[in-house]
Design a protein around this ligand. Structure first.
Ligand SMILES: [Zn+2]
Ligand SMILES: [Zn+2]
Ligand SMILES: [Zn+2]
Length: 142
């Protein structure tokens, strides 16, 4: 992905393009597998990019809240994956290798209505993700 793409995305999200933030997002996007803040930190350090761990945590939080990244928590470990889909979408995570696939949202109107009726809340948004086992892992399982 080129710099222009990031600039556009950041502008669209009304994010100031600070240098560290840019580096962090670039590094996250170039990874096929989810990364922990610590792994991102190490990757950047190996490339002689000095970005503080605090800055990484903050940026990842921000990316997640803007729908630019997906946060995967497993026990006490937290990893992030950059989102390739720009519009509202969902994720499925392989419980064996941790790979993430993104897919468009199916109509959840009925479900939202049901949630609204049974809780009395006005539903404004939803975050849904699935857990599963990917094809590769299914094949290699005994
Ligand atoms: Zn995503
Ligand atoms: Zn897998
Ligand atoms: Zn949805």
């Amino acid at each position: 992905m080129d710099k222009g793409f990031f600039k556009e995305l950041f502008q669209e999200k009304r994010l100031r393009i600070s240098h560290p933030r840019f580096l962090i997002y670039q590094e996250l996007s170039s990874s096929e597998v989810p990364l922990s803040p610590r792994e991102l930190y190490e990757n950047l350090r190996r490339k002689k990019r000095r970005v503080g761990l605090t800055s990484i945590y903050r940026s990842l939080d921000l990316f997640e809240s803007l729908g630019m990244a997906f946060k995967i928590s497993k026990g006490s470990s937290v990893k992030y994956k950059s989102c390739k889909l720009k519009n509202h979408h969902h994720h499925i995570v392989c419980q064996s290798c941790g790979r993430v696939v993104e897919f468009e949202c199916n109509d959840l109107t009925e479900w939202s209505k049901w949630v609204s009726e049974s809780t009395g809340y006005k539903v404004t948004d939803h975050r849904v993700h699935f857990l599963g086992v990917c094809k590769t892992c299914t094949l290699s399982l005994p």
